[in-house]
Design a binder for this molecule. Structure first.
Ligand SMILES: CCC/C=C/C(=O)SCCNC(=O)CCNC(=O)[C@H](O)C(C)(C)COP(=O)([O-])OP(=O)([O-])OC[C@H]1O[C@@H](n2cnc3c(N)ncnc32)[C@H](O)[C@@H]1OP(=O)([O-])[O-]
Length: 725
């Protein structure tokens, strides 16, 4: 809805569609009616447009894109209608003016914003472009470079920056509505021609052609298969090169391409999935709506290795006072130095710098080796070495020292939360918080609920994720939880493909072309091959505890590849040693080059084990890696380890570099079609009967038998009893 009210000479149109005043068709209709009413009323001399509840508008209603033609088509003419009004129209921007919301404001003749308002054209992030003439108006107002930056990245900018760019005419600290009405009264009768952006020439650059050429290279590099940034670029280029009307025609053509590309649907799925995971539920019936978080006024981090340092940085950035603890002074000093370096770098990126972060103040960040200082903290995050005995020892100590009610979190990527909790007297307060490296950068926080974890503990961990500006996803307790458990079969297939005849660079290329930031081998070199090696040794899969006589390529009757172990035995741990699946310029180097040594090592390995080398095409590489990962996802859903496919998708997009424009692995499976995923898994499984990861999950089969229902309905095919969350 949009409410129309007439004051003295200024008519007020208030956009109203809680919670964010999205521009649904009903809102647009009401806006149009309001404009026409104001136009027809001779006593109205000016119009002010604002939003209900301190928010201008978050743009077109994303849920309405199922009928995109009607939606995209409806907004542009209304923006034109606003601009062509013979009475001045002022936008009063409070809260957010995003997407179509900002395009409405661009149609207005004047824009006034509250200091705390945020503006942006985030359509690119949901696979679209600002298709209500925004790609044509914005460059005319703020110039091509700034407009291109906003439109191709979708970033939100604060009002202060908007003022500097000339996007708004004025910012106010107090009542924006009153200020806008004052401004509207002031400009009554002034000529509107110069205020109509469609009539403005594009601000010229001396080197527009060269600028655009370089910008296109940058946009393409960053997009990696994501279509919208490049099409946004093309639309802005049209603004730079064509008259307004022709630019608008080009914008519409490009929007049509995006609307039918499939990527928009995937990105919109990702948008809603990220919001859906906030609504967690536990089998006990507790959920986000009934459980309240405990306040975290002070926290502690135990262990200042790579993960601990990132976690400390994250907490400091969230303004949470904390104690950082190490086992001895040597490690403490090393950790402190590294943390300070990280914080200094972070401060440089922030407005206000080090003062904003305040990390030199020991009341806010205290380094210590004294466990006793953990007595008064509300929450501890243990981030020591991935070793069960060590973690249990620390948790035993924590449960004795910390105050009653303190939340005890373990940062682990695979270990059993219940076993860790068993070392304490308060298992209800123990929870897994799996951070991703680098912990101050990566958005994902996998929150693992143990058998005894209380609803309050889950709610507190979710609240912590929010405070750290991360996406928290609650999952059940199993080996590898969700993310790593799905990753195991994927990596396993990649290594099997090498055994059968492929090369690391061929496998990586296919997955990077698909959109992953890094293929499995480049990723493994970055993370360090020794991490998995240690875990396999702990599991008795390799190393001295392996019973003699175990076949080299089999464990527990299943196919096993010793390739990664053999590389580790040669000291090839990846980037850190300068050699892994690739070679690097030096230890710690970042540039991977194919390694002839590895190629001849692989041939020798195949000869030793009598493996017939064959050519493996791109389709097989892609399907075996991705479908085995997806297959594990179905098993996870069936076991109740995650409460819906969108949880898995959010985890993969935010923690594992899955290309967002493909919507996450489970969404991708739905677009490929479950019958095809099943048929391919069946085919590969017949060829490799000793690989359980390729054996289709019962849940996948059930969904195919049920006629390949849409992703939203999948969970209704599972019985309630299966939940292990
Ligand atoms: C034709 C081509 C031109 C396209 C033009 C466009 O404008 S495209 C659009 C361009 N615009 C964008 O891309 C902006 C997208 N929105 C945002 O970035 C953020 O929501 C925010 C910054 C506005 C508020 O952040 P926050 O953390 O304070 O809150 P929150 O994020 O939790 O949202 C609260 C609730 O509102 C819901 N909802 C939100 N926006 C929309 C929407 N447009 N529509 C529908 N619903 C929307 C959201 O799902 C959630 O619902 P739930 O889960 O409670 O049922």
């Amino acid at each position: 809805m949009a409410h129309y009210a007439r004051g003295s000479a200024v008519a007020v149109i208030r956009l109203c569609n809680p919670p964010v005043n999205a521009l649904s068709l009903a809102v647009l209709q009401a806006l149009e009616d309001g404009l026409k009413k104001a136009d027809a009323d001779p006593s109205v001399k000016a119009v002010m447009i604002c939003g209900e509840n301190g928010k201008f508008s978050a743009g077109a209603d994303i849920r309405g894109f199922s009928s995109p033609e009607r939606h995209g088509g409806a907004l542009g003419p209304i923006v034109s209608l606003i601009e062509s009004s013979e009475k001045p129209v002022v936008a009063a921007i409070e809260g957010v003016a995003l997407g179509g919301g900002l395009e409405v404001a661009l149609g207005c003749h004047y824009r006034i914003a509250h200091m705390k308002a945020q503006m942006g054209l985030p359509e690119v992030t949901i696979g679209l472009l600002p298709g209500a003439e925004g790609t044509q108006r914005l460059p005319r107002l703020i110039g091509v470079p700034a407009a291109l930056d906003m439109i191709t990245t979708g970033k939100h900018i604060p009002a202060t920056e908007a003022l500097k760019l000339g996007l708004v005419d004025e910012i106010v600290e107090e009542n924006t509505i009153e200020a806008a009405i004052r401004l509207a009264n002031k400009v009554i009768g002034q000529p509107l021609g110069p205020r109509r952006l469609s009539l403005k020439p594009i601000p010229r650059l001396p080197n527009m052609e060269a600028f655009l050429r370089e910008a296109l290279v940058r946009v393409k590099q960053q997009a990696r298969g994501w279509l919208a940034p490049e099409l946004c670029f093309q639309a802005v280029r049209a603004a730079a090169e064509r008259p307004f009307a022709a630019g608008v025609r080009r914008e519409r053509e490009l929007l049509q391409v995006l609307l039918t590309s499939g990527q928009a649907r995937a990105l919109q799925h990702a948008f809603f999935a990220e919001r859906a995971v906030r609504r967690w539920a536990a089998p006990s019936g507790a959920s986000w709506s009934s459980a309240a978080p405990q306040p975290v006024r002070k926290a502690a981090v135990v262990g200042l290795g790579t993960m601990g340092r990132g976690i400390v940085t994250s907490l400091v950035k969230a303004n949470i006072p904390l104690v950082a603890l190490e086992q001895n002074l040597e490690y403490l000093n090393k950790g402190r130095k590294a943390v300070m370096l990280l914080l200094e770098r972070e401060a440089m990126k922030m407005e206000g710098g080090a003062q904003t972060l305040d990390f030199h103040n020991p009341a806010r960040l205290h380094f210590t080796v004294d466990f006793d200082l953990l007595r008064d903290v509300d929450l501890v995050i243990e981030a020591v070495f991935e070793n069960m005995a060590l973690k249990k020892e620390i948790f035993h100590k924590l449960s004795k020292i910390c105050k009653p009610g303190a939340l005890l979190c373990t940062n682990t990527s695979a270990l059993n939360i219940d076993e860790i909790a068993s070392a304490t007297s308060c298992p209800q307060q123990v929870i897994g918080t799996h951070f991703f490296s680098p912990a101050h950068v990566m958005r994902l926080l996998e929150i693992i609920r143990g058998r005894h974890t209380s609803p309050t503990a889950i709610a507190t961990a979710m609240q912590l994720a929010k405070a750290l500006k991360k996406v928290g996803v609650v999952v059940g307790n199993c080996f590898g939880f969700v993310g790593n458990r799905m990753m195991f079969p994927y990596v396993q297939q990649a290594v099997f493909l090498l055994e059968e005849g492929s090369r690391p660079e061929a496998v990586d290329q296919v997955l990077e072309d698909f959109g992953f930031k890094l293929g499995p081998f480049r990723m493994s070199d970055l993370a360090g091959l020794d991490v998995g090696w240690r875990s396999r040794k702990d599991q008795g899969l390799t190393g001295p505890s392996l019973p003699s006589g175990t076949p080299a390529r089999q464990r527990h009757g299943q196919r096993y590849s010793p390739l990664p172990d053999l590389l580790c035995e040669q000291g090839r741990f990846g980037q850190k040693t300068g050699k892994g699946w690739y070679q690097y310029e030096q230890a710690g180097g970042r540039t991977a080059t194919p390694d002839p040594w590895l190629h001849s090592f692989l041939s020798h390995y195949r000869d030793t084990h009598h493996i017939k080398t064959r050519f493996i095409d791109q389709e097989e590489i892609l399907e075996r890696c991705l479908f085995s990962l997806i297959n594990e996802g179905f098993a996870i859903l069936a076991e109740g380890i995650a409460s819906g496919p969108e949880h898995l998708d959010v985890i993969y997009i935010n923690g594992y570099g899955w290309p967002k424009h493909r919507g996450g692995p489970m969404f991708y499976a739905s677009t490929v079609g479950l019958p095809r995923v099943l048929a391919k898994l069946q085919k590969y499984s017949e060829v490799h009967p000793d690989v359980p990861g390729l054996r289709p999950s019962a849940f996948l089969k059930k969904l195919v038998a049920a006629g390949n229902p849409p992703i939203k309905e999948w969970m209704s095919y599972l019985s309630q009893q299966s939940s292990k969350l």
